[in-house]
Structure formats: C-alpha cells, structure tokens
Ligand binder design. Sequence first.
Ligand SMILES: [Zn+2]
Length: 267
Amino acid sequence: MPELPEVEVTRRRLERELVGSRFKQVVLRVKKLRLPVPADLEQALSGRMVRAIGRRGKYLLFDCEVGWLLVHLGMTGFLRLLRGSPPPEKHDHIDFVFDDGQLLRFHDPRKFGIVDWFTGDPQLHLLLAGIGPEPLERGFDGEYLFGVTRGRKVAVKQLIMNSAVVAGVGNIYANEALFHARIRPDRPAGDLALKECVKLAATICNVLEVSIGEGVAFMVAEETVAYYPQTFEVYGRGGKPCRGCKGHLEETRLGGRSTVFCRDCQK
Ligand SMILES: [Zn+2]
C-alpha cells in the first residue's frame, strides 16, 4: 500500500515530466473506483495545463488552472507514465492523454483508489479538510505531538497512523519510527513524556525523508513509476533477530494492523 514516501516520489517524478503539458483527452474505462469518477472529467480537463503537482497526505493534487485533479492510490493504485497509445491492459482504468504525446495511466486492481475533479480551495475538499499537519512541514514537532497525545488512551502507534493527527503515516513507517524512537507501539499515547514525543516526531520525519531519498535515487528514466527496494528494521520482520540487540522481534496486531517491535529495545 503506497504511503507518504511512495506518493511523494510519484509526485516528484510526475511533476518533472508533466508540468507545462496540456490535457488533450481522458479515457474512462470505469465509472467508479472507491468513489464515483466524475463522468465529465474530460470536459473539465481538456485543454487545461498542469501548472503544478502538490500533495496533501497521500493525495496527489494536480493544479489544472481552473480546478484540481485529485488522485489517491488507495491500496493498489499505480500511475504509469507512457508515450503514445499502447493498448490498455487489465486494470488500466483511466488514461490521461497530453498534447505532447505523454500518457498518464491509472492502474488499480483493487479499485480502492480515488480520482476526483473539483474547483475551489483544496483545504475545504471533504476528503482533505480533516487531515492533520504534514509531517515534513512546520507545525509537526514534539510539542505538537505532546499536545495531541494528552489524555489519550489509544496506543501510540494507532494515534500516529490517524491522519487527523498527522498526515500520511501508514503502518510501515509507524512501525519503523517507533523502533527508532525506542517506544513500544502499544503504549497509551497519553503516557508519553515530552522528551519521547520530541524523539518520536523527529524519527517520523527521519524515516520518511530517508525513504523519499531512496525512492528518488531509484527514480530512473523508466516508464513505470515504481516502488523501490527498501530495508526495514522491523516492518515485515516479526520473529527475526532484532538489529538493535540479541533478542527477537515480536509480532502482534494493533487496530487490526501488523505490528512488530522489540521488547528489549522499545520501552
Ligand atoms: Zn532489540
């Protein structure tokens, strides 16, 4: 499932290739993904130029002069950048054709993605209005985290995965950040001291930045916006040796999501 770094890497690549290009045609092969796809998408986009591509949490926001194209990759969504008009394959649901010969193709086997068009202030869009601060921007730090955790009994891992608290931190990076901050994922959020909140906010930023850096380095001139190889400390490593001590990583479930931690390294 794409998390903030994957979406950010996609954004940077698409921004490099598509800013200045104009939409010529939109081919819809589905009526609905997680939400209905606007039937008049072609009418709205045709002739419009991509001025910029932004991101809010895990949403991509294409600035199209008079409105916004919003894309969320859901669980399995994927944006391929192609040239010409290669025949669509299975699960290739939407084609955005540009006047310079580029083709942006939305592929999504599980159809949990979102493609929407709207005008007006993106901050007010129903899907974006409730999203908390961006972890890599001002407004997210230890003091903020300390403030929002006071009186909260929910496990700290679930809290940092709540997009109303901080944007875009999913299961992978929550596991990783808590390991690096040496905090047990099942601790009640309200029990964290200010010092721990400062450490956790810093490690969240760090794991996201390292990951974006790896992704950008791997972002070579190929047609596919790819996932990139990553080495995780805990995510996907339940039962394996901890890299911080001689113990073994434990795997449990918190809020229905796989949670891996080291009983000795994380307190
Ligand atoms: Zn350990």
